[in-house]
Design a protein. Structure first.
Length: 403
C-alpha cells in the first residue's frame, strides 16, 4: 500500500513537470510582438481648430522588422491627431497604424503656448494613472505649438529625449523636489491645492541666440532644416485650480533658482553707479525664509546669502579687483541689484504670479498648519495683502577669475 502511494505521487510530480515544460516551450502568450508596437517618447497638446477639439502630437519610436543595423532598427516619426480627448486620439492612432501604442518610454509632456493659458490638467490624467509613467515623464510648456516643438531637429535623437534631459538637468542639485515637475510632483501639488509653475522650452537656432526670446523664436522659424538648441526660456505660473496666472522671464527664473537653493553656479550681472556692468560668477548661495503673523496678515522674510567673484566687465581691465575698495563697492552694487530684483519679483508674485514662485505657501503651511487650514480657501486674497521683506547678504571674493 505504501509503495502504491509513492508511485502515484511520483506520477503526479512527473505530470506537473511535463506541463511546465510544455508551457515554457509555448513562449510568452501575454506579450505583444515588439514589431507590432509603437513607443511614445513625447506627447504634446495644442488648442484645436474648434472649441472642444485638440491637436495631440505623438513622437513615436517604431521598431523596423528585418533591419539588423542598430541605426535603422528604430524609426522616429511624429503623428498629430485631432480629437476631443487623449483616449480617443490614442484609439484612432492605434487603429490607423495597426500597432499597439506603448507609453512605457514616455519622457516628456509638452503643452503648446495657446493651450497652456487655459486649464489643461485633465489631459494629463490618463498618463498619471500609469504608475510606470508618472515618475519619469517631465511636464513643460513651450513657445509656439507643441506640434512644431516636436518637429524641431535638435540632435540625431528624438527631441523628446533631449527635452527630458534638459529639464532634468536644469537643477544643480537634482533633488526630488526639482524645479522641473514630473507627473507625480505635478499631481502632488494639485492635490495639495498649491500654486505651481512649469518650465517653458523654446527651440532656437544656435547661430541666432538672443536675449530676446521672441527674436530667437522668429529666427528659428526662418531656419528650417537647421539643428536647433533647446532653451529654457522662462516659466508659466498657475493657481491652485490650474488656472493660468502669468509668465516668468529668464532673469526671474534665474532669481528663482537662487531663492530655492538651486543655483550653485552661473553668472549674475550688476550695474555700477556710472552705468557700467560687471558679471560675477556665483560660487555659493543659500536662501532661507521665515514667516509670522501680524494682525492676522502673513509676514515673510527672505534672506539670500551669496558669495561670488568678478569675471567680466568694464572695470576689470582698469581697476585692481583685489583691492578692498573694489570688493566693498562690488558687494554694495551686487546687494542693491539683487535686492531690487527680488523685491520686484516679490511684488509680481503678490500682484499676479502667485506664491509658488517664492515657495512661501509651503513655508506657511509647514510652520502654521492650523492657521493655514482655517484660511486655505482665501489664500490668494491673503497672499496679496501679505508683507515680503528681502534681505541680501553678498560677499565678493576679489582678484578676478585668473588672479
Amino acid at each position: 500500500m505504501k509503495c502504491q502511494w509513492k508511485q502515484n505521487a511520483l506520477r503526479i510530480v512527473l505530470l506537473l513537470l511535463s506541463v511546465s515544460c510544455l508551457l515554457t516551450a509555448a513562449g510568452c502568450w501575454d506579450d505583444a510582438e515588439i514589431n507590432g508596437r509603437a513607443f511614445v517618447l513625447g506627447f504634446g497638446a495644442d488648442a484645436g481648430p474648434e472649441e472642444g477639439r485638440y491637436d495631440f502630437t505623438f513622437q513615436l519610436a517604431i521598431p523596423v522588422s528585418g533591419n539588423a543595423e542598430s541605426s535603422g532598427a528604430i524609426q522616429y516619426t511624429n503623428c498629430t491627431v485631432t480629437e476631443s480627448s487623449v483616449a480617443s486620439a490614442i484609439r484612432l492612432l492605434e487603429k490607423d497604424m495597426g500597432r499597439q501604442v506603448n507609453f512605457e518610454q514616455l519622457n516628456v509632456i509638452v503643452i503648446g503656448e495657446e493651450l497652456s493659458k487655459g486649464n489643461f490638467l485633465g489631459m494629463t490624467e490618463l498618463f498619471f494613472r500609469r504608475a510606470s509613467v508618472r515618475r519619469q515623464s517631465c511636464v513643460a510648456v513651450c513657445a509656439g505649438s507643441a506640434k512644431d516643438f516636436f518637429g524641431a531637429s535638435v540632435t540625431d535623437n528624438a527631441v523628446a529625449s533631449d527635452a527630458a534631459v534638459a529639464l532634468q538637468s536644469y537643477d544643480d542639485t537634482g533633488s526630488a523636489d526639482a524645479m522641473a515637475l514630473n507627473l507625480h510632483s505635478l499631481y502632488k501639488v494639485v492635490s495639495n491645492a498649491d500654486e505651481f509653475y512649469l518650465l517653458k522650452m523654446t527651440p532656437c537656432a544656435p547661430d541666432a541666440l538672443s536675449e530676446d526670446v521672441n527674436d530667437a523664436l522668429s529666427d528659428t522659424e526662418t531656419n528650417d532644416g537647421q539643428k536647433k538648441m533647446l532653451r529654457i526660456s522662462g516659466a508659466a505660473a498657475y493657481g491652485r485650480q490650474g488656472n493660468y496666472l502669468g509668465e516668468l522671464d529668464e532673469q526671474e527664473l534665474e532669481l528663482l533658482r537662487l531663492i530655492t537653493n538651486r543655483q550653485i553656479s552661473g553668472v549674475v550681472a550688476a550695474k555700477e553707479a556710472d552705468g557700467s556692468v560687471i558679471d560675477y560668477q556665483i560660487k555659493q548661495s543659500h536662501c532661507e525664509s521665515e514667516c509670522s503673523l501680524q494682525n492676522g496678515v502673513p509676514v515673510f522674510t527672505v534672506r539670500l546669502h551669496l558669495s561670488c567673484i568678478p569675471i567680466d566687465g568694464s572695470a576689470i581691465g582698469g581697476i585692481n579687483t583685489g583691492s578692498h575698495n573694489f570688493t566693498e563697492r562690488a558687494r554694495r552694487d551686487m546687494t542693491e541689484t539683487l535686492t531690487a530684483r527680488l523685491e520686484a519679483l516679490a511684488a509680481r508674485s503678490r500682484q499676479s504670479l502667485g506664491s509658488s514662485v517664492l515657495g512661501l505657501q509651503d513655508k506657511l503651511r509647514q510652520r502654521m498648519p492650523d492657521w493655514y487650514e482655517q484660511n486655505a480657501d482665501n489664500w490668494e486674497d491673503i497672499y496679496r495683502k501679505s508683507s515680503i521683506e528681502v534681505e541680501v547678504d553678498c560677499t565678493v571674493i576679489g582678484g578676478g577669475i585668473i588672479r
